[in-house]
Design a protein around this ligand. Structure first.
Ligand code: NAP
Ligand code: MG
Length: 403
């Protein structure tokens, strides 16, 4: 076949360890033979981040603002051990944190659903996409231990020095207090990203807080979502045949367990932290979870939800065979290629993304898979492939589609 052309580049962010090895294999076996790949390449591997004083991360985020679509490989977030391992000049911040702050985005995580890997919740038939607000609340709280009898108050001092006070509690004995905050800008960006992504993926959007108890704090979230929906999205949702549904968080949890999936669940920061681990583990495997950062300005950055799979990389360095699952990283590429195709009106590219995803799923459904999936599959006598064999098996499935 003639290779598919790309009119506009997408931003390619390379990464670290085992996922960097997979990255190259995916390009060699599954992308370059089929597409005249047009990317603007940024090496976010830790060595290059260190060499550029992390400027490369900033540059890659700016390029994403320019081209609107990026695909990212997993990267190491440095800690003390990495400082020595890579002889780092500084403990560079998490690239994901830097990019998210620059694009002002929300992360949406969705499981890749495939026959043979059944969710623990038997009525979940379609993916549940989880959106977590990634600013404030308990993650930026100030806390105090109260040693004994006394009065605790919330005090806000405005620019002119005027104070507003609310009593927290008259303590008769020891206790604890906590001050949380959030920003209207951040809440509104979160809401817009959620509405945008619901439209882009044609899925219903659910949102929940505890506004009956938290009549000012959580109610602000509820109101921000409702106002933005009414003003900007109500008609677009009607046209797309999707709905926005608000309820209380405990009711949402109960409904999610009984639902069949196929919707986006937007969560406040803490709820999202807790619920994303529940939803992803119930769907089967971290290696089958995709992640996309969506900014309210319409920039999209796709990646796998898992990390660099360090343990497998050390085996690889010792020359041992690995069986690392590349599906979430492949789906990061297909997500980005499909979005590129959509923005450029390139239907061949969109079709290719669909076909590559189908090839991944049919390979697994035919019983060929990596070890992590073989351990949990309901398919009898699966064939366990190594990292490279699995990608080659996907290539065979893909070639069958194109020939
Ligand atoms: P990890 O890479 O997510 O892997 C944790 C474990 O999960 C692996 O050891 C493996 O289990 C299993 N696993 C994850 N992905 C797999 C895959 N594709 N195929 C097969 N098994 C898979 O987390 P980590 O090893 O704790 O972290 C390594 C590095 O990743 C850290 O430096 C961290 O900073 C970074 N990280 C980056 C991102 C990101 O860039 N988005 C996200 C998270 C972590 P077994 O060992 O049992 O086979
Ligand atoms: Mg967590």
């Amino acid at each position: 076949m003639e290779k598919i052309k790309m009119t506009t580049p997408l931003v390619e962010m390379d990464g670290d360890e085992m996922t960097r090895i997979l990255w190259e294999m995916i390009k060699d076996e599954l992308l370059n033979p089929f597409i005249e790949l047009n990317t603007e390449y940024y090496d976010l591997g830790l060595e290059n981040r260190n060499a550029t004083d992390d400027q490369v991360t900033v540059d890659s985020a700016n390029a994403t603002k320019k081209y609107k679509v990026a695909v990212k490989c997993a990267t190491i977030t440095p800690n003390a051990a990495r400082m020595t391992e890579y002889n780092l000049k500084s403990m560079w911040k998490s690239p994901n944190g830097t990019i998210r702050a620059m694009l002002d985005g929300t992360v949406f995580r969705a499981p890749i659903v495939v026959k043979g890997i059944e969710p623990c919740v038997k009525n979940w038939k379609k993916p549940i996409t989880l959106a977590r607000h990634a600013y404030g609340d308990v993650y930026k709280a100030t806390e105090m231990k109260i040693p004994g009898k006394g009065k605790a108050e919330l005090v806000f001092t405005d620019e002119n020095g005027n104070e507003t006070r609310e009593l927290i509690h008259e303590f008769a004995g020891p206790g604890v207090i906590q001050g949380q905050h959030n920003l209207l800008d951040s809440i509104e960006s979160f809401a817009k990203s959620c509405f945008e992504y619901a439209l882009a993926t044609k899925q219903d959007l659910w949102f929940a807080t505890k506004d009956t108890i938290s009549k000012k704090y959580d109610h602000t979230f509820k109101d921000a979502f409702a106002e933005i929906f009414e003003a900007q999205y109500k008609e677009k949702f009607e046209e797309a045949g999707i709905t926005y549904f608000y309820t209380l968080i405990d009711d949402a949890v109960a409904r999610v367990m009984k639902a069949e999936g196929g919707f986006i669940w937007a969560c406040k920061n803490y709820d999202g932290d807790v619920m994303s681990d529940m939803v992803s583990s119930a769907f089967g495997s971290l290696a089958m979870m995709t992640s996309v950062l969506v900014s309210p300005h319409g920039y999209y950055e796709y990646e796998a939800a898992h990390g660099t799979v360090q343990r497998h990389y050390y085996k690889h360095l010792k020359g041992e065979e690995t069986s690392t699952n590349s599906v979430a990283t492949i789906f990061a590429w297909t997500g980005a290629l499909r979005k590129r195709g959509e923005l450029d009106g390139n239907s061949d590219l969109m079709k290719f993304a669909d076909n590559l995803e189908k090839a991944c799923l049919s390979t697994i459904e035919s019983g060929k898979m990596t070890k992590d999936l073989a351990l949990i599959t309901s398919i009898e006598n699966p064939t366990v492939l190594n990292s490279e064999q699995f990608i080659k098996a996907i290539r065979e499935s893909l070639e069958k589609i194109y020939n």
